[in-house]
Unconditional design. Structure first.
Ligand SMILES: C[S@@+](CC[C@H](N)C(=O)[O-])C[C@H]1O[C@@H](n2cnc3c(N)ncnc32)[C@H](O)[C@@H]1O
Length: 247
């Protein structure tokens, strides 16, 4: 049985994907929805607390707006805030983001540790993108925010990259849309390669848990099975959704 947090207005909260910086709701409403989603994670034992530095989140948002080239993205302000806050609170030492296109989703995760929104020190934050041109653009974008190289992009197949990754993975973000046969079903292939490298307490974030639920059914069945994961909660904060799972 799926556990879910639903924002009451998730079906009407809609962004223009080609103008991702346009504000589509009052800041108070965005703060409230994210706060409720984080509280749902806390009450399920998936986050230790719900506190984060909003000024840092907004500094991160401003830097992305000014420095990133984003042809389109489906990451709403609610989703950006939620992903950033989960990283700011859980502070993953190593993070892999799979299928990152121009890098906006990657920096929503890694921006909690690099650039003007940094609130902790990480070891290795990797964005993996299979299309070389997109990987190059994402790397250009990320370098404008993080001169240190802690956050970086690799042009590779995320299944293979994750299989060969030699360090523990503390947070895995899934967004790859795979090939024609698997589509977003590739999430499960990537997770299975990461599984034994993820210590107890690690988090897996899966974008599109709402609008791609059908394609993700094997993945969602796997993470919602207590035999595999300690807990899993679907955050239905916008039309895309984010399934958060705890090792
Ligand atoms: C739909 S985009 C993600 C966009 C993101 N949801 C956003 O709103 O900004 C998915 C990306 O996954 C990449 N991809 C597909 N299969 C992949 C794989 N096996 N490994 C790494 N990246 C992959 C695609 O090239 C594409 O850029």
């Amino acid at each position: 049985m799926a556990k879910e947090y639903h924002a009451p207005d998730w079906e009407t909260y809609r962004m223009d994907t080609t103008h991702p910086h346009v504000r589509i709701e009052p800041m108070d409403r965005e703060r409230e929805t994210t706060g409720q989603a984080l509280e749902a994670l806390r009450s399920e034992g998936m986050l230790p607390h719900t506190h984060y530095d909003e000024k840092k989140l907004l500094a991160h948002r401003k830097a992305v707006e000014e420095l990133f080239e984003i042809p389109w993205t489906a990451i709403t302000h609610r989703m950006q805030r939620t992903i950033w806050a989960i990283n700011a609170i859980s502070q993953p030492r190593n993070m892999i983001a799979a299928g990152i296109f121009c890098g906006n989703t990657f920096i929503s995760n890694s921006g909690a540790a690099v650039g003007p929104g940094a609130v902790y020190t990480a070891n290795d934050l990797v964005g993996v993108e299979i299309l070389p041109n997109e990987a190059e653009r994402a790397e250009r974008n990320v370098r404008r925010i993080d001169p240190t190289g802690v956050a970086h992009i690799v042009a590779a197949d995320a299944v293979e990259f994750t299989r060969n990754y030699s360090e523990p993975i503390n947070l895995l973000y899934l967004d790859a849309d795979g090939d024609e046969a698997r589509g977003k079903g590739i999430y499960l292939d990537i997770l299975l390669q990461a599984f034994d490298k993820m210590p107890k307490g690690s988090l897996v974030l899966a974008h599109n848990s709402v609008n791609c639920a059908d394609r993700l059914k094997h993945y969602l069945a796997f993470v919602r099975d207590p035999a595999n994961m300690a807990n899993s909660l679907n955050l239905v904060i916008d039309g895309e959704g984010l399934e958060v799972s705890l090792m």
